[in-house]
Ligand binder design. Structure first.
Ligand code: BDR
Ligand code: CA
Length: 349
């Protein structure tokens, strides 16, 4: 009945998007533990799934959240900033600084996903005003300062377009070594979601993504191949509501909004919580399986603009003298992912 992208609906035979199906390998991303929480900056365009990702980070003792920086993407950047401030307030984390970043792509057109996330970025959810304001120094300067000041390397989870991260790498190249890992949500080995070629976050700023993938900084690409397995349905949103917390009710409302959109467009009964997978990977050693790929971003202006071309075939890489530059997410344990979110929102206010 569904023409949607939910793996459950694909039936026994479906197109295999790649010739080479890489096997899972060792992860290179660090992960936090309650004893040694991982210092993390989230760069985000909240966003329905961003909101759940930020909540997951806020609730997890495996993560020491240093800041949330914003970028225009799902909605205009000023809305995204307001959403970040209000979400952190709702999650009881006014201690986490917020700074606003790029309004749009470095070179290309401004792309928005308001048809998915609503004009506000968070559907129809109304959040109480936050006492804090965004820091005047801006996202790029804040990320640079936090990297410079940190005694240990810091992980970054970019879960929106990569504009701010590319600017940090270009303006402060000496700080690249202070980034322990970029665990980004974006791209796909197979088909895109915004175009047949491209996933939204990469299409929204392909030139920035190109800078990031060429940077030499260790990268995990949490793309659609794995996030389309990280699905919530009505039962899961009810579980979030049943946590009885205000934050759980917010997460449920945001998930319901996404579920309504998917049902309307494709008859799907589930929604992918893309961005939370990037956070889950940083707090669990084995929930997400990854494979090594050489990832190149198509910055042309044809139909493949924004595509992440992922090559994992060993003999081809050898022949071209290429090294893999990213771990790419290929598998997630869906039920563990759902439990992780529910347990996180049960702990929040
Ligand atoms: C990505 O695009 C955005 O709409 C979501 O927040 C997520 O980061 C999925 O393609
Ligand atoms: Ca996002």
């Amino acid at each position: 009945m569904s023409a949607g992208y939910n793996v459950e609906d694909w039936g026994p035979v479906h197109a295999i998007p790649t010739y080479h199906r890489a096997g899972a390998g060792e992860r290179t991303a660090p992960y936090g533990t309650p004893e040694h929480p991982i210092p993390l900056i989230i760069d985000s365009d909240p966003g329905l799934d961003d909101a759940l990702a930020i909540g997951l980070a806020c609730a997890s003792p495996e993560i020491r959240l240093l800041a949330v920086t914003t970028v225009g993407g799902n909605a205009d950047v000023t809305r995204c900033t307001e959403n970040a401030l209000r979400l952190l307030h709702a999650y009881g984390r006014d201690d986490v600084p917020v700074a606003e970043g790029a309004a749009g792509a470095i070179l290309g057109d401004v792309v928005r996903a308001t048809e998915v996330h609503g004009t506000s970025g968070i559907g129809t959810t109304q959040l109480p005003e936050a006492p804090n304001q965004a820091l005047p120094e801006g996202a790029v300067a804040l990320i640079a300062r936090l990297l410079a000041e940190s005694p240990e390397p810091v992980a970054i989870a970019p879960i929106g377009p990569l504009t701010n991260i590319a600017l940090v790498l270009r303006i402060h190249p000496h700080l690249a070594s202070k980034i322990s890992h970029l665990c980004l949500m974006g791209g796909s080995i197979g088909e895109g979601n915004t175009t047949a070629s491209a996933e939204f976050n990469i299409l929204a700023d392909p030139e920035a993504a190109d800078v990031v993938f060429r940077s030499g900084v260790p990268i995990t690409m949490i793309g659609l191949d794995v996030t389309h397995q990280a699905l919530l349905d009505r039962r899961a949103s009810q579980r979030l509501r049943d946590t009885g917390t205000r934050s759980g009710a917010i997460a449920a409302e945001l998930t319901d909004y996404a579920l309504d959109r998917n049902l309307e467009w494709s008859g799907s009964l589930t929604t992918a919580i893309h961005d939370a997978v990037a956070i889950a990977h940083l707090l669990s050693p084995d929930m997400v399986a990854v494979a090594r790929y050489h990832v190149v971003v198509d910055t042309g202006h044809g139909p493949a603009r924004g595509r992440t071309v992922c090559d994992g075939l060993p003999f081809r890489l050898r022949r071209k003298g290429m090294e893999a530059n990213a771990d790419v997410g290929i598998l997630i344990e869906r039920s563990r992912f759902e439990d992780l979110l529910v347990n996180a929102f049960a702990k929040l206010p």
